[in-house]
Ligand binder design. Structure first.
Ligand code: CU
Length: 118
């Protein structure tokens, strides 16, 4: 009788354990925050390409200098300045506030572009 009781308890405990594991695997995982997108602007032929770009807030833009001379991406209102980007290298800027931002290259005043963050 006593052995039977112990055996019964083991079975009940095992079933409870399996039930708990089952519940855990069934619980839905929480959805994480939306991942910000990444965009690339090329600096080639002494021009920004695309020269006009609209991105979502918190987007990181990668400035790729694909030309043979150094360039910068410098905000007209001092919002950001990548500083010197040597030929063949790149830098990144993250846009955390909405607005329309005009920018230029400090070495080539005719190199201009605009980024709209919304
Ligand atoms: Cu330039």
């Amino acid at each position: 009788m006593h052995k039977l009781f112990i055996g019964f308890s083991v079975i009940i405990t095992s079933m409870l354990f399996v039930f708990m594991i089952g519940c855990k695997s069934n619980s839905s995982s929480p959805t994480g925050p939306s991942t910000p997108s990444t965009n690339t602007i090329s600096m080639a032929g002494n021009a920004f390409s695309p020269s006009s770009l609209t991105v979502a807030v918190h987007t990181t833009i990668t400035w790729n200098n694909n030309s043979s001379t150094a360039h910068t991406s410098t905000s007209d209102i001092g919002k950001w300045d990548t500083g010197n980007i040597p030929a063949g290298s790149s830098k990144q800027t993250t846009f955390d506030s909405t607005g329309t931002y005009h920018y230029h290259c400090t070495y080539h005043s005719f190199m201009v572009g605009v980024i709209t963050v919304q």
